[in-house]
Design a protein around this ligand. Structure first.
Ligand SMILES: Nc1ncnc2c1ncn2[C@@H]1O[C@H](COP(=O)(O)OP(=O)(O)OP(=O)(O)O)[C@@H](O)[C@H]1O
Length: 351
């Protein structure tokens, strides 16, 4: 639970402070008032990641050099002062030397947004991000394997692109890539095995009792990764890029045995996407012992009333949920006991 949030020069907020109710809140506001930015700030404070951008530059208010986020949680005050090349990360006033140690005792987060449909409809990138955001919160080794893999991939791609490549060096990075890639794949496969039953259960709860959703990890190629990388070396050199590996892996999502992207209706696809997010929540609760903070950005307009009610009922009773919306029509007949606030001119006022 986050109880107080303060922002400085974050996105459209110069200075902002909010005492957050324990159970969470509904944040009502017209477009471009800063609703998503608020949830983004909470996500960044807890995970050092924005769901909107991979870079931190866009988070800094226009014309400023750095931003600050401070949040009070049970037993800890987290504070980030982010300046280019010199992030200052503190917990209870103590500096944390790197991102890993800052994140080690942070709280889990689930992000739900109106573009979650892309988990089913869009390319594999969205599904890898989904796995990696969850995996990094699930297992400390996951983030490390992902980070090491990305670093080795970047160097290998750099070597592949350059004409005067050193064969020995290329082989050394191929080995590194295979080592971290195999580790990452094993972690992802384990994660998916744990996650799949949570997704099936969440789907049934939201109304798809007749339907069977299933999800499985699919590697971009079979067999030993090092051997496959060596076998495709000529092609990689031609493209100047590594063509195989976990950065090309995907998830197979099926509904009643058929590919969900091609055969499911939009309603079924939305239910699948929401189930994937609710499954993150139940898995993280089980694995970390903490119910994640739910950051729910403008999802209700897209759901029909039955799914909306079922979704609200599926949120864990003890979760803190921050829900943004541009209107409250969807609340009609919906079981949502959260207090509502209006966001106007960069400040929140109770409704
Ligand atoms: N780095 C930045 N500095 C200043 N303003 C920014 C920055 N990044 C985005 N903005 C602006 O902040 C405002 C709020 O954006 P945000 O996405 O949080 O709004 P929102 O209330 O969620 O809108 P919507 O309902 O349309 O999704 C927008 O006007 C946006 O252009």
């Amino acid at each position: 639970m986050i109880s107080r949030l303060k922002l400085m020069d974050f996105r459209c907020y110069g200075s902002f402070s909010w005492q957050i109710p324990q159970q969470g809140a509904i944040i009502l506001g017209n477009n471009a008032r800063g609703k998503t930015s608020l949830l983004e700030a909470v996500c960044f404070l807890l995970r050092l990641q924005s769901p909107r951008t991979a870079r931190t530059g866009p988070l800094v208010s226009h014309g400023k050099q750095s931003f600050g986020i401070r949040g009070e949680l049970p037993g800890q005050i987290r504070r980030i002062l982010w300046a280019p090349d010199a992030p200052d990360l503190r917990v209870n006033g103590e500096p944390r030397k790197d991102q890993r140690s800052y994140l080690a005792d942070s709280y889990p987060v689930v992000w739900m947004g109106n573009d979650d449909l892309s988990l089913v409809q869009a390319g594999a990138d969205a599904r890898r991000k989904y796995m990696d955001f969850l995996g990094s919160q699930w297992h400390p080794g996951y983030r490390l394997a992902l980070f090491s893999y990305r670093r080795a991939l970047k160097t290998r791609n750099y070597l592949l692109k350059h004409r005067h490549r050193d064969k020995l060096q290329l082989d050394a990075y191929t080995r590194q890539l295979a080592l971290h890639g195999t580790e990452l794949r094993n972690l992802r496969a384990n994660l998916l095995a744990l996650l799949a039953p949570h997704i099936a259960l969440a789907y049934r709860n939201i109304g798809g009792r007749q339907e069977q959703v299933s999800i499985a990890y699919r590697a971009s190629e079979e067999g030993d990764l090092y051997e496959r990388l060596c076998a495709s070396m000529d092609r990689d050199i031609r493209y100047g890029q590594t063509q195989n590996g976990p950065h090309r892996d995907d998830l197979d999502i099926t509904l009643n045995g058929r590919n969900a992207a091609q055969f499911a209706s939009e309603g079924q696809q939305r239910t699948t996407a929401i189930s994937m997010k609710l499954a993150q929540s139940s898995l993280l609760t089980e694995e970390t012992g903490h119910t994640p903070i739910h950051l729910i950005d403008d999802v209700f307009g897209e759901l029909d009333p039955t799914r909306r009610i079922a979704f609200l009922q599926s949120l864990p009773a003890d979760a803190q949920s921050l829900i943004t919306t541009t209107h409250l029509d969807w609340l009609h007949n919906a079981p949502c006991p959260l207090p509502a606030f209006r966001l106007e001119d960069g400040a929140l006022a109770p409704l």
